[in-house]
Design a binder for this molecule. Structure first.
Ligand code: CP
Ligand code: NVA
Length: 311
């Protein structure tokens, strides 16, 4: 088993499927009022270099919910801000905590931390990937639509971290994925090429949202300017407006299409207030599922094997 969760392509389908199944089981138990203590005595360190509401809180709630404890570090308050090397930070943190959950800019940062840490490193978002988010998104799809392998999933918008992780998920799980984005905002070419080489079903790029969504089972949207791209906000608004998920566009998708948004949402940019509110039940369930899947991730990576944790 890979000790870290840095990108979905590093993991087998059986391992990721087990994480999602375990997330569903932990959710069922949580709603029954069952409380766990499987990680009692363990501590994770959260090291965040970008803002977060959901990922931070859901990892913290997940860890406390399993009987463990959390230390949160804002990277700018650490010696990293004064150029302490990542490899030293990783080795020091490994002496104090049982796992690290890291949100940062470069994928190479989590890669280097993982190389030097003796404890698991979990990627809680980089510019290149958001693997934990895609696991909770897939959990939400599976809960509501069943077998994900038979579905057509559409990514609408920027080919950034979320799109890259969906592409890797499509290659691992074998579902059909269509990415619809404006020219110049395509997903990472190396991730796309490697995933296409591995995928059993097509991973296609589209320019025309109407064409791509006509037989979609799921449409995913995300902000047009991600964290760190604030300077491009105005330019992106104009480029991406034809890709807005509004009632006019949604009418061209099947009536039972599922709409997902990882949040935070910029209403009336990537999604209209009307569309978001009419799909809010699914979207906030998607947010809730982060906590359940994060419990499964913490159990698995801190104790070794999620399958052994199933009752
Ligand atoms: N979806 C997500 O990762 O949200 P946060 O940025 O609030 O963690
Ligand atoms: N693409 C977004 C996702 C936020 C959860 C960002 O990186 O800001």
């Amino acid at each position: 088993m890979n000790k870290d969760l840095l990108r979905l392509a590093d993991h087998h389908r059986s391992e990721l499927s087990a994480l999602i199944a375990r997330g569903i089981e932990l959710k069922r138990q949580h709603h029954l009022g069952v409380r766990q203590a499987r990680l009692a005595g363990k501590i994770i360190g959260l090291l965040f270099e970008k803002p977060s509401t959901r990922t931070r809180l859901s990892f913290e709630a997940a860890m406390y919910g399993l009987g463990g404890q959390v230390v949160f570090l804002s990277a700018r308050d650490t010696q990293l801000a004064r150029s302490e090397p990542l490899k030293d930070t990783a080795r020091v943190m490994s002496r104090y905590v049982d796992g690290m959950v890291v949100r940062t800019f470069g994928q190479e940062v989590v890669d280097e931390l993982a190389r030097y840490a003796s404890v698991p490193v979990i990627n809680a978002l980089t510019d290149l990937h958001h693997p934990c988010q895609i696991l909770s998104d897939m959990m939400t799809v599976i809960e509501q639509k069943g077998d994900i392998e038979t579905l057509h999933i559409v990514w609408l918008g920027d080919g950034h971290n979320m799109a890259n992780s969906w592409i890797e998920a499509a290659a691992v799980f074998g579902f059909r994925l269509s990415v619809v984005c404006p020219r110049g905002y395509e997903p990472d070419p190396a991730i796309l090429a490697a995933s296409r080489a591995k995928a059993a079903t097509p991973i296609e790029l589209y320019r025309d949202p109407f064409e791509a969504i006509s037989d979609a089972d799921v449409i995913n949207v995300d902000v047009w300017a991600s964290m760190g791209q604030e300077d491009e906000q105005q330019k992106r608004l104009a480029t991406f407006m034809p890709y807005q998920l509004n009632e006019g566009l949604l009418r061209h998708a099947p009536a039972d299409v599922m709409v997902l948004h990882c949040l935070p949402a910029h209403r009336d940019e990537e999604i209209t207030d009307e569309v978001l509110e009419s799909h809010q039940e699914t979207i906030f369930t998607q947010a809730e599922n982060k906590m359940h899947v994060h419990q499964a991730i913490l159990e698995h990576f801190l104790t070794g094997n999620v399958a052994n944790s199933n009752p």
